[in-house]
Design a protein around this ligand. Structure first.
Ligand code: HEC
Length: 120
């Protein structure tokens, strides 16, 4: 019985952390968002890896410094906007949000930070 209670308390605790994080994420967007590459890995693995891991359809590969250098020069905000709204370049088409419409701009920004970090 006590094990059940502690499991339940533990679940409650974890849930309260989740909801605090969720409400923090829903807050007003910061004027100069600081993207988090570590947090972006999960988004990348779920929504971007299919093209950006192998270079499918002309996507700049994760960690490909040569392909990323001129893109990084545009600045992170341009990259995030291209990834968020979609972008057609010389190599192909980057679909808006990588085709996952549920992603927020902040999540896209984190995934972009992860890509940029991999190529520095
Ligand atoms: C269906 C394939 C595909 C998926 C999925 C995809 N991308 Fe791309 N992405 C591309 C292609 C192709 C390009 C290159 C377009 C070009 O430069 O011609 C690109 C380019 C980019 C660029 C560079 C834009 C620029 O200005 O040079 C960023 C940043 C980017 N993708 C981020 C992401 C993120 C973040 C995700 C996941 C949320 C994602 N992509 C998912 C295909 C994809």
């Amino acid at each position: 019985m006590s094990r059940f209670i502690s499991t339940a308390l533990c679940a409650l605790f974890v849930c309260s952390i989740c909801s605090t994080e969720a409400s923090a994420a829903k807050g007003k967007p910061a004027p100069a968002p600081a993207y988090n590459a570590a947090a972006g890995k999960a988004t990348f693995d779920a929504s971007c890896t299919s093209c950006h891991k192998t270079g499918l359809m002309g996507a700049p590969k994760l960690g490909d410094k040569v392909d990323w250098a001129p893109r990084i020069k545009q600045g992170v905000e341009v990259l995030v906007s291209h990834a968020d709204k979609g972008f057609t370049g010389k190599k192909g088409t980057m679909p808006a949000k990588g085709g996952n419409a549920k992603l927020t701009t902040a999540e896209i920004g984190n995934a972009v930070a992860y890509l940029v970090k991999s190529a520095k």
